[in-house]
Design a protein around this ligand. Structure first.
Ligand code: AMP
Ligand code: ZN
Length: 114
């Protein structure tokens, strides 16, 4: 989608430090990390938010979850744990209108979030 920063990262119009990529999913480091490990997992297809997922997106949504588990194992996060967050809408603070999942790890993450 035009003017979507994450779509521009998918198309490499904006340089991206790719951590993982496959046909459907792109993973890169968050530019403003909130934890020692802070990755963003996005579908390559433009989907605005969790509320815009539909039946045809079930596969990519599932793949993103599996990719979280795969990366967590690969990065040695299993023992200490990690958190996956998908902000949706204003109260959650969604700033980028292309669905994304934060994978946070490497420090004690408080609950509930602020
Ligand atoms: P959210 O508040 O859930 O919409 O999170 C958006 C996230 O995208 C924030 O954590 C930003 O730091 C991150 N972000 C925005 N632009 C970029 C970029 N060009 N590269 C990497 N991360 C970005
Ligand atoms: Zn987009």
């Amino acid at each position: 989608m035009q003017d979507c920063i994450f779509c521009k990262m998918v198309s490499k119009e904006i340089p991206v430090e790719t951590v993982y990529e496959d046909e459907h999913v792109l993973v890169f480091k968050d530019v403003k990390p909130e934890a020692p490990i802070h990755l963003l997992l996005i579908p390559k297809k433009h989907i605005t938010s969790l509320l815009d997922l539909d039946e045809e997106d079930i596969e990519v949504a599932g793949r993103i979850q599996l990719t979280c588990a795969h990366l967590a194992r690969e990065m040695g996060l299993v023992e200490r744990g990690f958190r996956v967050v998908c902000n949706c809408g204003d109260d959650a603070g969604q700033a980028v209108m292309h669905i994304h999942y934060h994978l946070l790890a490497g420090r004690l993450l408080k609950w509930p979030p602020g």
